[in-house]
Design a binder for this molecule. Structure first.
Ligand code: ZN
Length: 151
């Protein structure tokens, strides 16, 4: 990766952690889950509304965490909007492989490519749990279990 690309990625992460998108608890949602990463102290709550045909109609989050966990949650809420439940689960698997270094690529649509900004965490195993926390929480919201911890 070139230095300028690295810088760009860091900027995106900083931007999303300072000004997270879709932050806050909505008045109502169909699914919610709470994620906790004891290694870092990150706490992320996911609020999801699925439509009758299992599309992501609404997705937001709140909580407190490090820059990586908040930026990852913020990006996730933007990217999964209007995706189907199956697409969301498939992206979770791909994202997991990306940040654990199992794979270098995503089945990219133009928007999912933005998740590449978090690929750098694979060099920092402690940070992988920060980056995947919101995704684990989303997954448990979809599965109907409401609490998840990365341990
Ligand atoms: Zn963290």
């Amino acid at each position: 990766m070139t230095d300028s690309l690295k810088e760009l990625y860091q900027e995106v992460i900083l931007d999303h952690s300072k000004a997270p998108r879709n932050f806050g608890r909505p008045e109502s949602c169909s699914h919610e889950a709470h994620g906790y990463n004891p290694l870092c102290g990150d706490t992320i709550n996911i609020y999801l509304t699925l439509s009758d045909d299992r599309h992501v109609e609404g997705l937001s989050f709140d909580g407190k965490g490090c820059a990586i966990s908040v930026a990852s949650a913020s990006l996730m809420t933007e990217i999964l909007k209007n995706k189907t439940e199956d697409e969301a689960k498939s992206l979770f698997n791909q994202f997991h492989k990306l940040v654990t270094g199992e794979s270098d690529e995503l089945d990219a649509g133009e928007d999912t490519e933005r998740l590449m900004v978090l690929a750098g965490v694979k060099q920092f195993p402690m940070r992988v749990k920060c980056a995947t926390l919101s995704w684990h929480a989303l997954n448990s919201a979809l599965d109907g279990t409401s609490d998840v911890t990365t341990e």
